[in-house]
Design a protein around this ligand. Structure first.
Ligand SMILES: NC(=O)c1ccc[n+]([C@@H]2O[C@H](COP(=O)([O-])OP(=O)(O)OC[C@H]3O[C@@H](n4cnc5c(N)ncnc54)[C@H](OP(=O)(O)O)[C@@H]3O)[C@@H](O)[C@H]2O)c1
Length: 249
């Protein structure tokens, strides 16, 4: 198969900006039709759709908050109806909170970050399995969970809550991969390090950008390249693995 051949339909949550946008475009380059979700930035989502279409693929953007189970179901139904059966799901949407120590967290902060990053990722993965698993009459597929090196490093003095929500995603990746391995679904985790996107508080990249062993932050495209590989048949013997893309961090 060449990159120009059709691969099927991929769904990317949080595809309007950053790593998700680069991944949607990378998947289109690799032959996938692409459905993306966004929370508020409709204009930026539309630009990503236009870039995927300019690559000769079909694409659609759907407003859907991954903190809301009903939104996730509507997202999957809309992408399936408009583009066809989904074969790859990139569980990418995620948030951080302002830097603070654990002794400063309140329950609202904790509920928001776990609701979006951990519960949202579980709900998206479940919706994917209900459609792709051969046990549910599906044709199989791939789930790629976007975690973080923070899950291992702990993100002290910044957002230990975020790091812990991503550790939950890592554990889900391994457990789910084993649940569905014989149902035609591979499940992989991607752990980016410090990547140049808008997720960072102003000044954080300037302060920390040179600290990874490779001496610079990564780009969204460098993470997307690994996600596109993970979703492809080129990664056919990979499942239940965490792939780090972190410049040595
Ligand atoms: N950048 C890094 O250094 C880094 C490092 C490790 C891991 N990661 C992980 O990589 C993933 C992408 O991060 P990024 O840096 O690309 O972030 P970003 O530039 O802030 O983009 C976040 C994306 O997620 C969407 N989103 C946010 N909350 C959402 C919600 N509740 N429901 C649906 N969509 C939502 C946003 O939609 P709108 O555009 O509509 O707001 C946007 O498309 C995240 O899971 C993040 O934790 C990032």
């Amino acid at each position: 198969m060449t990159a120009a051949d059709a691969r099927g339909v991929a769904l990317v949550t949080g595809g309007s900006r950053g790593i998700g946008a680069a991944t949607a475009i990378g998947l289109a380059e690799d032959g996938w039709d692409v459905g993306i979700s966004y929370r508020t930035r409709a204009d930026e989502a539309a630009q990503v759709v236009a870039k995927c279409e300019a690559l000769g693929r079909r694409a659609v953007a759907v407003q859907a908050d991954v903190a809301e189970a009903a939104d996730i179901e509507r997202l999957f139904e809309t992408v399936g109806a408009e583009l066809g059966p989904i074969g790859a799901v990139i569980n990418n949407a995620g948030v951080v909170s302002p830097a603070a120590r654990v002794d400063q967290y309140d329950v609202q902060r904790l509920e928001r970050v776990f609701r979006i990053n951990a519960i949202g990722a579980f709900l998206v993965a479940g919706a994917a399995v209900r459609r792709m698993s051969t046990a549910h009459g599906g044709a199989g597929g791939v789930i790629v969970n976007v975690s973080s090196r923070g899950a291992v490093l702990g993100s002290a003095n910044e957002y230990v809550d975020y790091a812990a929500s991503k550790a939950a995603v890592d554990t889900m990746t391994v457990g789910l991969a084993n649940e569905v391995a014989k149902e035609g679904i591979r499940v992989l985790g991607i752990r980016p390090g410090l990547i140049e996107t808008d997720i960072h508080e102003p000044g954080r990249l300037d302060r920390l950008g040179a600290t990874p062993p490779l001496g610079r932050p990564g780009t969204a495209e460098e993470v997307a390249a690994l996600i596109v590989f993970a979703a492809s048949d080129r990664a056919s013997y990979l499942t239940a693995s965490m792939l780090d893309v972190a410049g040595g961090r």
